[in-house]
Ligand binder design. Structure first.
Ligand code: 5GP
Ligand code: MG
Length: 182
């Protein structure tokens, strides 16, 4: 698929197929099931909009009583991080005190979004806070953030699909593709 990014023609090359993603997400659900007590509530804190598809598939494999909450962060314009991270709208859900919280992200790039969110979570009184991310870009980290559950580690290329967007588009693709210059 060819995509125009601000006048630069790019090609979207498949990186992970729908089948590969499904298999890996199933494994992650099982890892998460082994990590938490089976009868304690897990609050899945989905980071919108990117983690929408990942969360929907991940929670289907969870065995403990699960609550889904969401928070919306915004840092990207086009394929470049603006370097500023905002929590959009209200802050965090009120109901995190005493709960195990699993933050679910689409991708960790510089790590700044996750750093901001974790700082906000500090005062929430959660019993534990862990991070699940579908994708991780270890070479791009600018802060010391390590996710507890990682779907796939990838290089620096911008990726789209399975929740990840380019200016709001392409989140619906059932696979993950990387953008490369043509
Ligand atoms: P960070 O704060 O770690 O630099 O970036 C985190 C957010 O930026 C991610 O949750 C995601 O929304 C967006 N982002 C980072 N890298 C990519 C990418 O390659 N593709 C897309 N579509 N979004 C990205
Ligand atoms: Mg995100």
């Amino acid at each position: 698929m060819n995509i125009d990014v601000n006048g630069t023609p790019m090609r979207a090359r498949s990186l992970f197929t729908e089948v590969q993603i499904r298999a890996r997400v199933t494994q992650l659900s099982q890892e998460i099931n082994r990590t938490y007590p089976p009868d304690e509530v897990l609050v899945v804190l989905m980071v919108l909009h990117g983690a929408l598809l990942f969360t929907a598939d991940l929670v289907r494999g969870l065995a403990m009583p699960t609550v889904i909450e969401s928070v919306r962060l915004k840092s990207y314009q086009g394929t470049q991080s603006t370097g500023r991270v905002d929590i959009v709208g209200d802050t965090l859900p009120a109901s995190l005190a005493g709960c195990h919280v699993l933050v679910v992200e689409d991708i960790i790039d510089t790590g700044r979004s996750m750093e901001t969110l974790l700082a906000h979570l500090e005062g929430a009184g959660a019993k534990s806070v862990r991070i699940a991310t579908l994708l991780d870009k270890p070479e791009a980290h600018e802060v010391d953030i390590k996710a507890d559950f990682i779907g796939f580690s990838i290089g620096r290329n911008f990726v789209i699909g399975y929740g990840l967007d380019l200016d709001g588009r392409y989140r619906n693709l059932p696979y993950v593709a990387e953008l490369i210059k043509t």
